[in-house]
Design a binder for this molecule. Sequence first.
Ligand code: SAM
Length: 257
Amino acid sequence: MENEQTSIHDFNLNLICELHVGLERQGPGSPEMTIKALSFLDNLNKTSRVVDLGCGTGGQTMVLAQNITGNITGVDFFPDFINTFNDNAKKLNLQERVNGIVDSMENLSFQKEEFDLIWSEGAIANIGFEKGLNYWKDFLKKDGYIAVTYESWFTDERPAEIEKWWIDAVPEISTIGHNILIMQKSGYIPVAAFTLPEKCWTDNYFIPREAAGKALLEKYTGNKTVEAFIANMKYEAELYSKYRQFYGYVFYIGKKI
Ligand SMILES: C[S@@+](CC[C@H](N)C(=O)[O-])C[C@H]1O[C@@H](n2cnc3c(N)ncnc32)[C@H](O)[C@@H]1O
């Protein structure tokens, strides 16, 4: 199979889970950027309730927990990620305030207006940016905050090769300006938007993922699906190195009106 013709949607979710479960994070980001996003919020205290949607194994959740005093619930639909998440919380002695549950971000089992803060790094595309902002808003208190990272175009136009890749992976991908407008129309005051530095993609995600990919190839020697999957990951990293001036993750922070 040619890399260019292979979509991430073609791969088995179990394979995606197995590749990522041992990594510190499952998408681009960094502790510094999580803390920077937190610096825009002014409503958190000991009684605050926070939810991290699409938390993965909790790389960013643990950073959050070490920098705020409230309670955090992590939500992810992979049980293996949540098991590791809860192990990580225990290792850091955060289990009293940090708990991971298996649930879908599209069908949340929380009360309306339960949270002071909704966090989500690298995951809102799974429900859709606009749909997520609108659906999740019901679970936020008035004046509560939302902070998400989301794939965004930096320019109005870009080369066809990278446009094709992203339209396939995230069909509603758009520019920063348009995403801020969507946030405003969804009932939030846009508070801040900033781009994630390149090392969030390379040092913190692609490089550890490449090492995990090599181990997976050895475990499943000769398995064509695994080979195509890892080739697809490699192609994604090559595209980033070639076209990184055209796109990246952006932190969007909004306050519910
Ligand atoms: C790119 S990873 C980001 C993980 C983590 N937030 C990070 O930045 O390292 C996206 C996460 O969203 C989770 N996810 C995808 N669709 C989901 C859904 N419908 N409900 C809950 N979690 C979902 C995946 O299992 C994965 O852990």
